[in-house]
Design a protein around this ligand. Structure first.
Ligand code: NAP
Length: 284
């Protein structure tokens, strides 16, 4: 079991899973570096945590801010390394691919994919030093891409591939890489997603609005239904802790009953049947 003196960096700790995880690990006595983007979030997080927790300002899409955060961590730990990196920061972009501005797709990858790798690259020397652990917060959208979630799912598929490659690359350095594939969690990401979807309905050209609006509404209705069954962020925090504390961390973990069910479905159902199930469920 991981001991309190372990040092963990977690990104995207202003809300949802990242915040819950930062506070949970802090309560367990670990030394937590928790990254946020806004100073007010840093202050709020610090006020909720012990003096051990150090908030960092870090935008994963901004290389200079990653370097500045690395500098702060080094200044705090001296010659020591770090024991864990939880790559949690992420954003949601969705919409009909036919009309999705390519800039939006690029931005999705910039944050959810390149941003994760930039943080990994920056902190790997410190992780190598302690034979540390990397945990990616993935999603069921990383193995099942449903309509209108294309950009987000593509980014999570990409993370899955990078985690797979990285895991074997770092095996010899004794740095473990785990991916947790999380089902629905009750966090602010959903409100942000719904706001985006509403915005999208307003900007679709005439014919496209007729074609895609029922699909958009079905997606929102489906997400709302699932919303009632989403797990609390603390459950994911516990799962992340288990990865950090395991004697032998596994390559992949499913978190949430819906994640287990979806993984089983993808494993069992041929692609054509899966498509029909998805369309049937959405009524399209
Ligand atoms: N909620 C779910 O159902 C679910 C399911 C599976 C996987 N996930 C994944 O879990 C992770 C956390 O999501 P969440 O549900 O907890 O949502 P959330 O509450 O919206 O948290 C997302 C976090 O990422 C941060 N972030 C966004 N863009 C960033 C950037 N460019 N640089 C640094 N930080 C950035 C946000 O910071 P700001 O507050 O500054 O924007 C926030 O702290 C994401 O990777 C998400 O894909 C969520």
């Amino acid at each position: 079991v991981i001991m309190p003196e372990k040092t963990i960096l977690i990104t995207g700790a202003s809300s949802g899973i990242g915040e819950a995880c930062a506070l949970y690990l802090d309560r367990l006595g670990l030394q937590v570096f928790a990254s946020v983007r806004k100073p007010c979030d840093a202050e709020r997080l610090a006020s909720q945590a012990s003096a051990r927790l150090t908030p960092l300002i870090l935008d994963v899409a901004d290389e200079a801010s990653i370097q500045a955060a690395l500098h702060t961590v080094r200044a705090a730990i001296g010659d020591a390394g770090i024991d864990g990196l939880v790559n949690n920061a992420g954003a949601f972009t969705g919409g009909p691919l036919e009309h999705l501005p390519l800039a939006a797709l690029r931005q999705q990858f910039e944050v959810n994919v390149l941003g994760q790798m930039a943080v990994v690259q920056a902190f790997l020397p410190l992780l190598r030093q302690n034979h540390g652990r990397i945990v990616f917060v993935g999603s069921t959208s990383g193995f099942l891409a449903t309509p209108l979630l294309g950009p987000y799912a593509a980014s999570k598929f990409a993370i899955r591939a990078l985690a797979d490659a990285l895991r074997n690359e770092l095996n010899g350095a004794q740095v473990s890489v785990s991916l947790i594939e999380v089902g629905k969690v009750n966090t602010p990401i959903w409100d942000k997603a719904f706001a985006l979807v509403e915005e999208m309905k307003g900007v679709l050209p005439g014919d496209a609005a007729d074609y895609y609006t029922p699909m958009i509404e079905a997606t929102v209705a489906r997400a709302n239904r699932r919303g009632q069954t989403g797990i609390e962020p603390n459950k994911v925090a516990e799962a992340i802790y288990r990865v950090l504390a395991a004697d032998h961390p596994k390559p992949k973990y499913l978190v949430g009953a819906d994640a287990h069910l979806q993984a089983l479905l993808v494993w069992l159902a041929p692609a054509g049947l899966l498509d029909r199930l998805i369309r049937w469920q959405m009524g399209i």
